[in-house]
Design a protein around this ligand. Sequence first.
Ligand code: HXC
Length: 536
Amino acid sequence: GTGTTAIAREAAPEDQAAAAAPSMRRLREDRERLRALTVAGHEPAIERQHGLGKRTARERLEMLLDDGSFIEIEMFRRHQAHGLKLGGNRPATDGVVAGSGTVYGRRVFVYAQDFTVFGGSLGQAHASKIHKVMDLALENGAPLIGLNDSGGARIQEGVMALDGYGGIFRRNVEASGVIPQISVILGPCAGGAAYSPALTDFTFMVRDTAQMYLTGPDVVEAVSGKRVTHAELGGADVHGGRTGVATFVYDDEETCLEEVRYLLSLLPSNNVEPAPAAARTGATADERPRLAEIVPVEPNKPYDMRQVITELVDDEEFIELHENWAPNVICAFGRIDGEVAGVVANQPMVLAGVLDADAAQKAARFVRFCDAFGIPLVTLVDVPGFLPGVDQEHAGVIRHGAKLLYAYCEATVPRIQVIIRKAYGGAYIVMDSRSIGCDLSLAWPTNEIAVMGAEGAVNVLFRKELIAAADPAALRTELIEEYSAQLMHPYYAAERGLVDDVIDPARTRSVVARGLEMLREKRKPAPRRKHGNTPL
Ligand code: HXC
């Protein structure tokens, strides 16, 4: 009744206990009622939330976690603030539900912001609950998942709200590379609040309901005179396709949270435990004749590299990061013979598979994640080079390309390079070549490893001869053949120790699986230093 509502909204449990000396039965009933009210939330606000196509914090936790596994922390915590009439309004949860549960039986820690309470805005109590669950995640070596749906810093709590955000950011960084951190954006995520997801390993967004931006449409209009909608400014497709802020984008919350569960099933709980292995699949003896059919022999003919990955991984199943951002490079997790691997691959179907600034950043961050969490890397190479152009140069492709180079050079996890066709110039080096430390370099008989393609090379080397020639076309053909035969034949790199084996394409899956088996115990201590100065 209203009496208990008043208790739930106005008085702390300890005040209530002091008010009377009730029987055990009454105490238990009151506790039950208070708990039920806390869990039930505020009905009109919940209706509004549902009307917006969004679930409540508790409904989301139910979808994310194994049935009945949720343990809530600081359930009765409420804010102690008084500014701007806040004192008279102290709703349960303070706008965030925090705790722990399991996903496919493995422990995770999680917080879910509740937009139905103060618009999910973050005040001191709200922030403290998040801090607590972050500390628990790190101390217990288990992944942290944040479900974000918030109007940002709680305006009435002033600088204490900002202090709360700072505490989250600091903990995100402390946990970085120790436990996997996943951000799920299920509503607004504005202002500085967007920096927590940006500091975590993976950001999921839902179409239509999720937005991320530093300053909203009103401020943008006031400052620039330009009108934009929330979605145009920072919707899921903007961040999934243009900015690379979102790693995964889905149509609805159910699918999104199901995919979070799938991703978690592939990740280790922390940086000292291995990723969860599935049963062996017999990959080490596998023949895949289709592999030899997917890839055209002609070096410039496009094909879908995803089909190659499909043949390489167990159950033809993998999860691709940043599917719509820099699609000229593919980054994906899958299993090979039961063990999780990170696959980095050029995609000849998009921009002929060139590397550019975005592709380098995308792959660099992926390589660093895999290295931090002990996930072996399999790099599939079919790359004509870096994308030439004023735009790229002026976008700082040197700086961004260096990130990928740095990430590979630094990585101490097992590293296998598979050169499928072209591997030219700097892009050959960057794509986990022997020179930067791959453990095993394998090449298909279609490989073309060179400083540049034959045509380009001939043009540079024999420009004068070609101009002077009686039949330039014939001379060009002759020179191209000579260059190809001498410098690009399939065993050129293998004869020089840069490729360990020229393999039968149909046996790629088994050879990679055997390579990963060989490298399973790889240990490579890091040099003594505070940290390197990775290009940013
Ligand atoms: C306090 C807030 C709030 C906030 C929303 N509410 N944001 N209360 N502080 N930041 C409250 C509203 O007053 C309202 O309360 C309820 O939440 C629902 O909000 P609505 O505006 O009715 O919802 P909607 O129309 O869906 O709009 C959502 C919104 C909008 C776009 C997020 O609320 C909004 O623009 N909020 C302010 C965003 C903002 O500027 N935040 C501060 C950014 S700065 P009632 O009682 O009416 O239900 C920041 C800095 C972080 O976050 C820095 C970290 C370093």
